[in-house]
Design a protein around this ligand. Sequence first.
Ligand code: MD3
Ligand code: FE
Length: 222
Amino acid sequence: MLKLSTMTLDLFADQPAEITTETVLKGAIVLRNFACAQEQGLLSEIRKITADAPFRHMKTPGGHSMSVAMSCCGSWGWVTDTRGYRYQPQDPCTGEPWPAMPVVFSQLATAAALAAGYQDFMPDACLINRYEPGAKMSLHQDKNERDFSQPIVSVSLGLPQVFQFGGLTRGERPLNVPLGHGDTVVWGGPSRLRYHGVLTLKAGTHPLAGPYRYNLTFRFAR
Ligand code: MD3
Ligand code: FE
């Protein structure tokens, strides 16, 4: 019995994960497994970027430390501190420019946007979120970017986490969508300004990402 299940796994081991497309709400397209073929390259670039711009728990303007650890790459990085939320060209931890956006990142983001119907998406900012068990992100809108006609592309890696997809007001009851390793979401048009967040990460071990979930969020900020 054990032998058979091992052999079955072996048969699938080198099969690529199937990419499927679902529109969850108008303008919100989930591309399941879209980033799986790039998993090794993406994770190794995250390691390189965060050797120079380490993961940190930023403070909200209200003074609370965020449970998600963040870093950035690209021309602009999203930061928050007691002075507010903003994009800036330097890492406040080091005073250095953010690490460049790796080609594997920008190509994946542009390809995902195209698959969802947005041509020529050229992200100039990538926020890297790292969730550990117990970490979450409360419902919020992303509105620090200048041009809301540009989509946002999000790539999930590692442990699964439930994504909450709300309305245009905080009061609307959110739709829960589990996102797993490689799942990629494109948010544009009428969904661009929806409230969204993620529920508390449950403990687990991912074969490549260990105890974490990573999320890459690609934006055209400026
Ligand atoms: C829908 N991150 O970094 S990614 C964020 O899983 C953020 O780390 C979550 O929300 C995470 O701001 C969710 C998905 C996402 C990102 C931006 C959006 C969904 C969005 C902007 C508008 C609508
Ligand atoms: Fe967000």
